[in-house]
Design a protein around this ligand. Structure first.
Ligand code: AMP
Length: 213
């Protein structure tokens, strides 16, 4: 099963990707996670990406396309994957199609999450992320058992630099101009599934499952 999760920052793509991974045993392929890891490891790619990420801007198409090509060619992606945060531009979507065609593969479903913008801002400003395992929490709606500490691995939680209010606005603008046009792109291909992204993670997950199975 090969799935793309579309939707603005804060729509719940990461949470749903993790749940799909658990349910269907397919890896979550998140370009954001890969780039953040590269930044943490202080690689050349990571250093360059971090400047753009912290400013809420997109990393260059060629860079992320290279990252994705390498990742989906790995053994654990053989039976499928969930793309979380990729593609984000029409160029990326076209290059992904070419790459999959070369591999004789195709996408089964593109799930688009609809969430109103005030809810997105609330989710993002309250989001806290584990510095080690990447588990996600929310200050009020999904707090960890011990404040600032990950329930899963015990590492400390942090607020992503790009989850601060000014940067969020920039990210939402870029989403509208660069990423929202992908809905029409996939609508034309006939595999777009639109779902309401409001409610609990479990409620959203049952909507996702009803569209992808
Ligand atoms: P995310 O974790 O998906 O919210 O991504 C965080 C940041 O990583 C984005 O704001 C971009 O700076 C960068 N990024 C992640 N995925 C992409 C992509 N497909 N294209 C360009 N930049 C990306």
């Amino acid at each position: 099963m090969r799935i793309i999760l579309l939707g603005p920052p804060g729509a719940g793509k990461g949470t749903q990707a993790k749940m799909l991974k658990e349910r269907f045993g397919i890896p979550q392929v998140s370009t954001g996670d890969i780039l953040r890891k590269a930044a943490q490891d202080n690689t050349e790619l990571g250093r360059q990406a971090k400047i753009l990420m912290d400013a809420g801007k997109l990393v260059q198409d060629d860079t992320v396309i290279g990252v994705i090509r390498g990742r989906i060619a790995q053994e654990d992606c053989r039976n499928g994957f969930v793309l979380d945060g990729f593609p984000r531009t029409i160029v990326q979507a076209e290059k992904l199609m070419d790459t999959l065609e070369d591999m004789d593969l195709s996408i089964d479903a593109v799930v688009d999450f609809v969430v109103d913008s005030q809810a997105l801002i609330n989710r993002l400003t309250g989001r806290r992320t584990c510095s080690d395992c990447g588990a996600m929490y929310h200050e009020t709606s999904r707090p960890p058992k011990v404040r600032g500490v990950c329930d899963v691995c015990g590492a400390s939680l942090y607020q992503r630099e790009d989850d601060k209010e000014e940067t969020i606005k920039k990210r939402l603008e870029i989403y509208q101009s660069e990423t929202a046009p992908l809905k029409e792109f996939y609508q034309k291909q006939g595999n777009l599934k639109t779902i309401q992204g409001g409610g609990s993670a479990e409620e959203v997950f049952s909507r996702v499952c009803s569209k992808v199975t």
